[in-house]
Design a protein around this ligand. Structure first.
Ligand code: KIV
Length: 264
């Protein structure tokens, strides 16, 4: 049985919520039993496709990867990101695309970036039976406005605006929100102020849960890519893959693989 939205909201104050991203069938199958929520993040544009930002990611891409993750998992709640341009135009546009994502993937919820300005859309989706996770603070889809991926809420005005966004999303009916890349004290204040679970990334140990991009925490990234300070590496798959591939190429070249054992 998959975790449900009421089970996730009931975890606030009781148990930390563990969230990781997955974009593919095998990774979803591996992480499913350990995490509460699998997020099919639009970070897949950068992590899997090598794009410079998440902006070129399409609804079709999210549906393809969301469906694969649903096929690979059966216990975690699965949330799929709504990509840039699929919800900002109007509540009607957000409903059309969220309904497509929910019905074509079988995921349990969608995630949208934004605060007060998307609260009408969130309200419409929630009333139509589509659970919504919010995403405030550093919003990667607003990368051009910030001039890069920069910590948000450093001065009083911007911290107040992020708190206002958090409250607006809760009032609009979000079951949870991601708070990314803000000052630790602000993430803590938001967590204390809201009744819904707050999931941090580059935020605070006081958040109700934590999310990371799986490839970041597994140490699986294009060589030379830099990982942000908030990432803790729990594995070093780059090194393991390099060693395995080096050995494979060596065995093929010196004719120790394949042998008769690998033949029919
Ligand atoms: O796209 C994503 O993976 C995300 C998480 C990093 C929160 O939004």
């Amino acid at each position: 049985m998959r975790k449900t939205i009421p089970q996730i909201t009931a975890m606030k104050g009781q148990e930390k919520i563990a969230v990781l991203t997955a974009y593919t069938y095998p990774l979803a199958a591996i992480i499913d039993e350990y995490v509460d929520i699998i997020l099919v993040g639009d970070s897949l544009g950068m992590v899997l496709y090598g794009m410079d930002s998440t902006l070129p990611v399409s609804v079709k891409m999210m549906i393809n990867h969301g469906s694969a993750v649903i096929r690979g998992s059966n216990s975690a709640l699965v949330v799929v990101d709504m990509p840039f341009g699929s919800y900002q135009e109007s509540p009607a546009q957000s409903f059309r695309n969220a309904a497509k994502i929910i019905s074509q993937t079988g995921c349990q919820a969608v995630k949208l970036e934004g605060g007060v300005e998307i609260s009408e859309s969130v309200h419409l989706l929630v009333n139509a039976g589509i659970p919504v996770m919010g995403h405030i603070g550093l919003k990667p889809q607003s990368f051009n406005t910030y001039g890069g991926f920069k910590v948000q809420g450093k001065d009083e005005d911007s911290a107040n605006k992020i708190m206002e966004d958090a409250r607006a999303l809760q009032d609009a009916g979000c079951f949870s929100i991601v708070v990314e890349g803000v000052k630790e004290s602000l993430a803590k204040e938001i967590t204390q102020a809201l009744e819904i679970p707050v999931i941090g990334i580059g935020a605070s140990p006081d958040c109700d849960g934590q999310v990371l991009v799986s490839e970041d925490m597994l140490g699986l990234a294009a060589p030379n890519s830099k990982s942000p300070k908030f990432v803790k590496k729990f594995g070093s798959l780059n090194e393991e893959i390099s060693a395995a591939v080096k050995q494979y190429a060596r065995d093929v070249k010196n004719k120790t693989f394949p042998t008769s054992e690998n033949c029919y």
